[in-house]
Design a binder for this molecule. Structure first.
Ligand code: C2E
Ligand code: MG
Ligand code: MG
Ligand code: MG
Length: 284
């Protein structure tokens, strides 16, 4: 241990470092134990057709009820998993859970809707990721069209060529790929063209100010661009009917947000699916 001179910034910096690393070690141990004990679960938030209100798909959102601490925000534990190198293990656990859930819904309700799983940039850029996805589908006998992967702009911004290649491989598998939180990051319009995604999800930050005229203009412009590139558009974080109507009129095909449902337990999401299936049976 280096000699310290009390009161100098050196001492302060070293303390900061020590505190930081011990936190990281604790976080790593807690995450690792949580993964091993199966403490991570998924909640499922419906997305609905902007015109009919029918259920179109679910987004799977990670949940961690850490014993003794309570619910930890996914923003926190996903970031911690990324910092500690545990995101691959956690991401796989969640991917397998989502596929198991799709298979179970298929078995229970006969019909199904796609489920979207969030993917961290570190997971996406792992060269083995497409094989993992293929394996997860195969292990559960799930056809690829039932799985969507939500990727973030930061993957593409950090490494466009690799992201393009990974997305191409995932497309070739038959899974759908969506860009999450669109409009908040640094994605260029050219990047959107190059990536060849299926869907973009407009970030809540752009949906929240609707129906303010300038926001309508921005959302409409995104929808027009998406249409030209043959991309579906989902509006995220829809909380009011005024926002829903403005998003729909601006061209968003699907809506997601507390107005329709909060992220649901697998059981409650199954109820949505059952109603959807009934609805479907009546129409056809
Ligand atoms: P996201 O993928 O953009 O998910 C949307 C977030 O907005 C979710 O927060 C959802 O609960 C919340 N939300 C949905 N509708 C509304 C609404 O109407 N109003 C408001 N205020 N919020 C709404 P959540 O579940 O806390 O997740 C936060 C973020 O954590 C996610 O943002 C995603 O980036 C990340 N995340 C969650 N689960 C996973 C996962 O399994 N893997 C990875 N890599 N990231 C995940
Ligand atoms: Mg998402
Ligand atoms: Mg999002
Ligand atoms: Mg978001």
């Amino acid at each position: 241990v280096a000699k310290r001179t009390p009161g100098t910034s050196y001492t302060l910096a070293e303390k900061e470092f020590e505190r930081g690393s011990s936190n990281m070690l604790e976080q790593e141990q807690a995450l690792r134990a949580g993964i091993e004990r199966g403490e991570f679960h998924l909640a499922y938030q419906p997305k609905v057709d902007a015109h009919t209100g029918a259920l179109t798909s679910f987004e799977a959102l990670a949940r961690w009820n850490r014993p003794g601490f309570g619910a930890v925000s996914p923003l926190e534990f996903i970031a911690a998993a990324e910092r500690t190198g545990l995101i691959a293990a956690l991401g796989s656990t969640l991917l397998w859970q989502a596929c198991a859930q799709i298979a179970q819904w298929h078995a229970t309700y006969g019909s199904c809707v796609p489920v979207a799983v969030n993917v961290s940039p570190l997971q996406l850029l792992d060269p083995r990721f497409p094989q993992l996805v293929e394996q997860a589908l195969e292990d559960h006998g799930v056809a690829p069209q039932w799985l969507t992967l939500e990727i973030t702009e930061s993957s593409a911004v950090q490494n466009l060529d690799q992201t393009v290649a990974q997305v191409a491989q995932l497309r070739a598998l038959g899974v759908h790929v969506a860009m999450d939180d669109f409009g908040t990051g640094f994605s260029s319009l050219n990047m959107l063209r190059t990536l060849r995604l299926h869907t973009i999800k407009i970030d809540r930050g752009l949906i929240d100010p609707l129906p303010a005229p300038e926001s309508i203009a921005v959302v409409r412009a995104i929808c027009q661009l998406a249409q030209a590139l043959h991309l579906h558009v989902v509006a995220e974080g829809v909380e009011t009917t005024a926002q829903a109507e403005a998003a729909r009129d601006a061209g968003c095909g699907e809506l997601q947000g507390y107005l329709y449902a909060k992220p649901l337990s697998p059981h409650d999401a199954g109820q949505w699916l059952a109603q959807h299936t009934e609805h479907h049976t009546v129409i056809t």
